[in-house]
Design a binder for this molecule. Structure first.
Ligand SMILES: *Cc1c(COP(=O)(O)O)cnc(C)c1O
Ligand SMILES: [Zn+2]
Length: 410
């Protein structure tokens, strides 16, 4: 039995092809590389029924993942996160069929573990012993943890403002961690130098081709969980955009396999904050590439990416699915975070809250219709960001009774 039907790497810009047997980074032309599979062969032998009885993690899709030998799989059981109906907040937004795919339940508390599981497994398969990456926090946490499990050394550089817990995760993993007084782009330059000088493998977003294959499994799962009838709209908080590019790639592959309707794509929505919205600006101006965003800043730190290497792929995914890009205010992120937590009991991360806020806005604009089935990706656990909820709590002495008028928690 063939574990993976991986074929080769190709460049979406200049179409040059590369072998998956070597450690590849970007194409010579500077574009990210994408993974191609032997779809004609696979179409003949691979059916949804083949998934029956397989483990409830992302490796159930191993035929369309790039790791060739099962021995190289480095897994903590990531994937198959729940899709939860959001009745109350859906009613509040006038979207009766609103769902959340909750990526907060993944090891390390964010969907970055999907990219890390597949990326690190493939790195192991290719003989990588030491890797380096810039991060806004969650990716560094995930990659350093999976690297430890794989026996690979990791060097991680993140902004001083990145969520503090992600620092601790890297330290716990035994990573070689550095903070930078700057943004993720500054961390990227430092990593680029380390890669050049020290010969480490560059695991930066889209500079290695396999992270996207891990993130694409969100798209595979959404299709499977909706019984191969894809929803109408998927909202995704977009930083580097790997998740969106991955979901689009997954759905295209499922169409090729004939598992989902070739004529129906969910409209993909790239959600950003008004404090950092390069993709939205490019989308509104009808451009194919985005300009770097100046003075990028948002509480939704995972999407604080001023310049995305895969900008043209994000914009293509939106365009090809009749989707859109939209930015939401910092205030609406916080309001929505509280609304989702208090109405639904789901303490979402600020990035996820941004996507909920965008759903509300798009419904108000009637871009989302009332009978649309809408999926919001909550990309991480709210508990990774303890400071998003502030307020005073009354402290009682032993023997005190609870005060009559409740003044607690705001
Ligand atoms: C990284 C991250 C994002 C954005 O993911 P990209 O693939 O870079 O677009 C969104 N939410 C959270 C919680 C993240 O950590
Ligand atoms: Zn190229």
């Amino acid at each position: 039995m063939t574990y993976s039907y991986v074929s080769h790497l190709y460049c979406p810009k200049c179409e040059k092809m590369y072998s998956t047997k070597n450690q590849n980074q970007l194409c010579e032309c500077g574009s990210p590389l994408l993974v191609s599979y032997k779809m004609d062969e696979l179409k003949e032998v691979f059916r949804p029924e083949n998934l029956n009885g397989r483990s409830a993690d992302l490796w159930r899709y191993h035929e369309i993942l790039p790791v060739e030998s099962e021995e190289n799989v480095v897994s903590l059981g990531e994937g198959m996160t729940p899709i939860v109906k959001m009745e109350k907040i859906g009613h509040d937004m006038k979207i009766p069929n609103l769902y959340m795919k909750d990526e907060g339940l993944i090891p390390s508390g964010s969907f970055k573990s999907r990219g890390a599981a597949v990326g690190v497994s493939k790195a192991k398969e290719l003989g990588v012993t030491e890797l380096a990456m810039p991060t806004n926090g969650n990716a560094g946490a995930a990659w350093s943890l999976y690297s430890s499990r794989a026996g690979i050394k990791s060097t991680i550089v993140m902004p001083v403002d990145a969520p503090e817990i992600t620092r601790k995760e890297c330290m716990a993993a035994g990573a070689n961690l550095f903070l930078v007084n700057g943004l993720i782009g500054d961390a990227g330059q430092i990593v680029a130098r380390a890669v050049k000088d020290e010969g480490m493998f560059d695991a930066s977003t889209l500079k290695e081709p396999y992270r996207i294959e891990g993130k694409k499994t969100m798209g595979l799962e959404i299709a499977e969980q909706f019984n191969w009838e894809v929803p109408d709209v998927i909202l995704y908080p977009t930083g580097g955009g790997v998740g969106l590019i991955g979901i689009y790639k997954a759905l295209r592959e499922l169409q090729e396999l004939g598992w989902i309707d070739a004529d129906k794509m969910p409209r993909l929505v790239a959600v950003q904050s008004e404090g950092c919205a390069p993709i939205v600006k490019a989308w509104e101006e009808g451009k194919t590439h985005a300009e770097p965003w100046k003075d990028a800043s948002t509480i939704a730190f995972g999407i604080n990416v001023a310049k995305a290497l895969g900008d043209f792929l994000i914009l293509e995914g939106i365009r090809e699915t009749n989707g859109c890009a939209i930015s939401v205010s910092e205030e609406s992120i916080m309001t929505e975070l509280r609304a989702v937590s208090s109405m639904e009991g789901a303490y979402v991360c600020p990035e996820g809250a941004a996507a909920f806020a965008a759903a509300r806005q798009l419904r108000e604009q009637e871009w989302i219709n009332d009978d649309d089935r809408v999926v919001v990706l909550n990309t991480g656990a709210g508990i990774k960001y303890p400071n998003t909820i502030q307020g005073d709590v009354v402290t009682l002495e032993p023997g005190d009774s609870v005060p009559k008028t409740k003044e607690s928690v705001q």
